[in-house]
Design a protein around this ligand. Structure first.
Ligand code: GGG
Length: 361
């Protein structure tokens, strides 16, 4: 990773990949808010936009160029929109861009915070919803997304498809270690292991076993274990029982969509794909996908992308600007928006941005 010359005007060198669908809409909206908060701190970013994604695929039959990863390695962080196109198979778009980046830049820890924000309606009773304050730690490099498997006897009556979930000792150790450290840094110091080792008794048992090995190093962290199916009910009925949650790639993907919906909408979920290798940039993106049903209508909720920008700024050490934006989101929500349709309002994307910019003023 190449840090920008500290003598130049630009302190951070950011790769911007707006991607598909509503990705470009939420990324350009959130950059306005991010840059405004940074400007107040007299900090400027150097941006390089990469037009990769499904439109690029339609032209060049690849989601990003062969040297794309090398280009990304020149940056301090990556700000990503969404991937997915109704005319291209989802596995081609996902593996060609998002997973290509996450896996090759070894962004093994996918951090997904969910927090009740006062003023945003949730499907839960308010007295239950206000206890939501979770960080889901998603293993982001292997497990069910290892990409191992294949098709044999293709197109014959005996055609077989296999999808192998891979759990390595080191892959489990490093994500559990990350989750324990995170839990230790939080007031409640509580960590929940999500598993399905009652049914999947090989890889998932290794996943559990290594969790308890790592636990030995963190005696002050309180732990518990939940089957993934039971976890969904706890999230809905007793959110106060959860704090930091560590789950496999697939389990965490599903649980974090639920978490985001329980705090109001998928449109407000944020995520950070963290690489601890100092030579590789981490990547920040809203959890939502390309949502092609609302593309071009200017009603995409930019909060998920803006909150992801907050995570990126914290990662870059810009805590003051990050806190300013997060506080602005809280003020905006408490004053009832205006909200986009996913949160029950009629606002346009730009109305949300304008409101946040006026709060930042
Ligand atoms: N911004 C996140 C995004 O575009 N996700 C697209 C998607 O389909 N993700 C599925 C996954 O990563 O498991």
């Amino acid at each position: 990773m190449k840090h920008s010359n500290k003598n130049t005007k630009f302190k951070h060198n950011i790769a911007i990949i707006p991607g598909d669908g509503i990705g470009p809409e939420v990324i350009s909206a959130s950059l306005k808010v991010i840059k405004k908060a940074l400007k107040i701190e007299n900090v400027y970013i150097k941006e390089k936009q990469y037009p990769w994604g499904s439109n690029y695929f339609k032209k060049y039959n690849q989601m990003m160029p062969k040297n794309g990863l090398d280009k990304l390695k020149q940056h301090d962080a990556i700000f990503f929109g969404a991937v997915g196109d109704k005319n291209i198979d989802d596995d081609i778009t996902l593996w060609g861009l998002r997973l290509e980046i996450c896996q090759n830049l070894d962004q093994f820890a996918n951090i997904r915070p969910s927090k009740y924000i006062e003023g945003i309606d949730t499907p839960l009773n308010i007295n239950i919803a206000k206890n939501i304050d979770w960080i889901i730690v998603r293993e982001n490099s292997e497990g069910e997304y290892a990409g191992s498997g294949g098709i044999i006897h293709k197109n014959l009556p005996l055609e077989v498809g296999s999808e192998l979930a891979i759990f390595t000792r080191e892959g489990c150790r490093r994500i559990h270690e990350y989750a324990f450290k995170l839990a230790l840094s939080r007031p409640r110091k509580n960590l929940t292991l999500i598993t399905k080792s009652n049914a999947q008794r090989h890889g998932m048992k290794l996943w559990d076993k290594i969790f308890y090995e790592v636990k030995e190093k963190y005696p002050t962290v309180k732990v518990n274990k939940l089957l993934v199916d039971a976890a969904t009910a706890v999230m809905v009925n007793s959110p106060e029982k959860l704090d930091v949650v560590v789950a496999t790639n697939l389990h965490a993907d599903i649980l974090s969509d639920l978490a985001s919906a329980l705090t109001g909408s998928l449109g407000i979920g944020a995520t950070a794909n963290i690489s601890t290798n100092k030579n590789f940039p981490s990547m920040f993106e809203p959890i939502h996908g390309s949502a092609f049903d609302i593309v071009g209508k200017n009603i995409a909720n930019p909060i998920g992308a803006i909150w992801s920008g907050v995570l990126m700024l914290k990662h870059l050490g810009e805590h003051k600007a990050a806190d300013r934006i997060y506080n602005a989101i809280k003020i905006y929500a408490k004053n009832k928006g205006p909200f986009t349709p996913d949160l029950g309002g009629k606002a346009k994307t730009e109305d949300v941005v304008n409101k946040l910019l006026s709060i930042l003023d």
